[in-house]
Write a new protein. Structure first.
Length: 179
């Protein structure tokens, strides 16, 4: 399976908007930041989300996060958010990475490929361990996380918390900044 992970640029193609509309507002704890009514509003949202990756214009309590799109055969099939560090709130739910595959492409291994690419980008940011959270009953997401080396650390209030060690030698301290 040939896939490509691309960081959000401005502007993006209308295909990204169409994918976001197919995904819907979100499910299983994933909030679709790109789900917005109207293509013109979508186009105005992209620079805002791009700025978030550098920490510009962040709402209170948010951390920088970079959006990445997964393409297969030139078509966007999913996207993920890589948060640059954790807050106390993200330690409970959200974690470092959130991801979603468009419904028409689910069950084909793209989620595993998307998460693998996002983990590589996290490693590039110097994150030694990544936290991922998912709902206890989300078997597909749990499988994707486990396929990428995730080890469940905690099951609390129907949320699974997984850690993935990204260091090659020894466990590195996570790049947490509680704000």
């Amino acid at each position: 399976m040939a896939v490509e992970l691309r960081e959000l640029t401005v502007p993006e193609s209308k295909e990204i908007y169409e994918m976001a509309r197919e995904i819907g507002a979100g499910e299983n704890g994933f909030v679709n930041s790109l789900y917005i009514a109207g293509y013109s509003k979508f186009l105005k949202l992209l620079p805002v989300l791009r700025d978030y990756s550098t920490g510009v214009g962040l709402p209170p309590g948010h951390v920088p996060q970079t959006l990445y799109f997964l393409y297969a055969e030139g078509r966007p099939i999913g996207y993920g958010k890589l948060r640059h560090w954790l807050t106390d709130s993200l330690r409970v739910t959200g974690g470092h990475i959130g991801y979603c595959i468009r419904p028409a492409a689910r069950g084909m291994g793209y989620g595993t490929a998307l998460l693998a690419g996002l983990l590589d980008r996290a490693r590039g940011l110097g994150i030694g361990r990544t936290l991922l959270t998912c709902n206890e009953d989300n078997a597909r997401s749990r499988r994707v996380i486990e396929n990428n080396g995730g080890r469940m650390a905690e099951l609390d209030n129907r949320y699974c918390r997984y850690w993935i060690d990204l260091s090659n030698d020894s466990p590195a301290a996570d790049r947490d900044k509680s704000k």
